[in-house]
Write a protein that binds this ligand. Structure first.
Ligand SMILES: Nc1nc2c(ncn2[C@@H]2O[C@H](COP(=O)(O)OP(=O)(O)OP(=O)(O)O)[C@@H](O)[C@H]2O)c(=O)[nH]1
Ligand SMILES: [Mg+2]
Length: 492
């Protein structure tokens, strides 16, 4: 208990004791005074007073309990294990992907999310070799896989497409080892390949960043970027056979210094994936074996100690990216659907008002906000708006439009646009219809903003949103185009 409470409790106990003593004293006095008249009456009075006292105490105790009882808090158990968090995030991303209507975009994202789910389920560890052209990525991947599967050549740009190999491990686990095209190739094709390589690197659980000398600036920047992204990486210094031992140590020392803030020293590994052939005295050429054991050992250690956490954090990262892409696509899709609804509704009321013989300036705002439109717009954003809610929303928007005198302003502007005299404008059916359509548009656009912001009018409230939409839809170009449509639709 904290100090102020202890003090309070002590004071309360003291007061209660004093009151109790006073009550007992008074009761004793009352009893003896009444007993002098009649002992039976005294007992009766005492019993009644005690009963009342207990009743009062019970009431006080009940209310005290209501206030002081420990509040039961609703606890929601959130997943805390990395793989559970990743699974939840992936599920959320998949749900968003499912809502995308564009077939091609949905398929592309769905394939990625399925791959992620599969990798999570199968415990497939993805290792990607990445680096500048000709640093020996393919040679390294081949050496690692233990077979000469790729084509190894001295020119930059040998690997044109990524290539993935499966390496089976015990307990059904496996490593997917991916060879990527080199960065820094000339031309558009080179840029495209570099982009593919970067995308693949971003998907890796473990990255083998292959270099063949001290770090190039073109290498340092992507390495730094990937490390900041939290990508687990090993810096693989390949082609060590080309250097004398002292030179090799010198380069390794410099590498360690330059990547001090990015990498652990044990994550910088010197290898020779495909050492140059050696000429023997008899003139024959001998192909030395690759020297990649330290790298294999390091990869296996990481796999043993960190693979679970690495895969989980990678799935999390990727499902977040997937989610982000899906969200962007969904938002564009919803915007288009919502605009189509507004386009449809704006001409519905317009026709009716254009056919009305009387001037209807004041009716315009009311007629413009169609409750059905509000319901349909809500649905686009996944919000079920009841008729009552839609009516209430429509009323507040109508009031806002009336308050801002938008109906009159719009009518005047459109009349000018249609070059109708203001005096006869009110009578002009075309202006009337066009104004209704225009106001429906402002209302619809305002509701789109409201639903986009999760049913929130924002800091400036409904007025600010409506005023902003009015401003946005007043641009000359837009009004001209709008009037052309109006004449086409209502002129007949
Ligand atoms: N001396 C030596 N040469 C190597 C070593 N590893 C690769 N090379 C040579 O380096 C050149 C390029 O090797 P690749 O494996 O094709 O390089 P890469 O990084 O895949 O190249 P791109 O696919 O074009 O990006 C080839 O001539 C290889 O023989 C090595 O450990 N030592
Ligand atoms: Mg290659």
């Amino acid at each position: 208990m904290r100090r102020p409470y202890i003090l309070l409790a002590a004071i309360a106990t003291l007061i209660s004791l004093v009151l109790l003593l006073a009550t007992v004293g008074s009761l004793a006095q009352l009893y003896s005074a009444t007993a002098a008249i009649s002992p039976l009456l005294a007992q009766l009075v005492l019993a009644i007073v005690l009963l009342l006292l207990f009743a009062a105490l019970a009431v006080v105790a009940r209310y005290a309990w209501l206030f002081l009882r420990p509040k039961r808090s609703r606890t929601i158990t959130l997943p805390t294990a990395p793989d559970e968090v990743a699974a939840v995030s992936l599920q959320a991303a998949q749900q968003q992907v499912g809502q995308i209507e564009d077939e091609i975009a949905r398929q592309a994202l769905a394939i990625r999310s399925e791959e992620l789910a599969k990798r999570m389920a199968q415990q497939t560890f993805q290792v990607v070799a990445f680096g500048l052209g000709s640093t020996g990525k393919t040679a390294l991947v081949n050496a690692l896989v233990g077979e000469m599967a790729g084509q190894v050549a001295a020119t930059i740009g040998t690997t044109q497409k990524e290539h993935t190999y499966r390496i089976a491990l015990e307990q059904g686990k496996e490593i997917l080892l991916t060879d990527t095209p080199g960065l820094l190739e000339a031309g558009v094709l080179g840029e495209e390949r570099a982009a593919t390589a970067k995308a693949l690197a971003a998907r890796a659980d473990l990255l083998l960043f292959v270099i063949d000398n001290d770090l190039h600036r073109a290498e340092y920047e992507p390495l730094q970027m990937l490390m900041k992204m939290g990508k687990r990486s090993l810096l693989v210094f390949n082609k060590c056979d080309r250097y004398l031992p002292a030179e090799k140590e010198q380069i390794l020392k410099r590498l360690r210094e330059r990547t001090q803030t990015l990498l652990q020293p044990e994550d910088i590994i010197a290898v020779s994936a495909l050492p140059s052939p050696v000429s023997l005295p008899d003139g024959t050429q001998l192909q030395p074996d690759p020297e990649i054991n330290p790298l294999i050992k390091r990869v296996l250690t990481i796999l043993k100690k960190e693979s679970g956490a690495l895969m989980a954090s990678n799935v999390l990262l990727q499902s977040e990216q997937l989610s982000e892409e899906a969200r962007t696509l969904l938002s564009t899709q919803r915007q288009q659907q919502a605009e189509t609804i507004v386009d449809r509704y704006q001409w519905v009321g317009a026709g009716v008002l254009a056919a009305t013989p009387l001037p209807v300036v004041d009716m315009l705002a009311t007629a413009a906000v169609n409750t059905q439109m509000v319901i349909e717009l809500g649905r686009v954003y996944g919000i079920e708006v009841s008729i009552e809610e839609a009516k209430a929303l429509a009323i507040s928007l109508t009031k806002t439009m009336a308050g801002l005198s938008i109906a009159k302003g719009a009518m005047k502007m459109l009349a000018v646009g249609l070059q109708v005299n203001i005096a006869t404008a009110v009578a002009s059916k075309l202006v009337q219809g066009a104004s209704a359509a225009y106001l429906t548009r402002i209302a619809g656009k305002s509701f789109i903003t409201y639903f986009q912001a999760n049913q929130d009018w924002g800091d400036g409230g409904i007025q600010a949103v409506v005023a902003q939409q009015y401003q946005l839809n007043r641009r000359d170009e837009f009004v001209k185009q709008f009037l052309r449509h109006a004449v086409e639709r209502l002129g007949k």
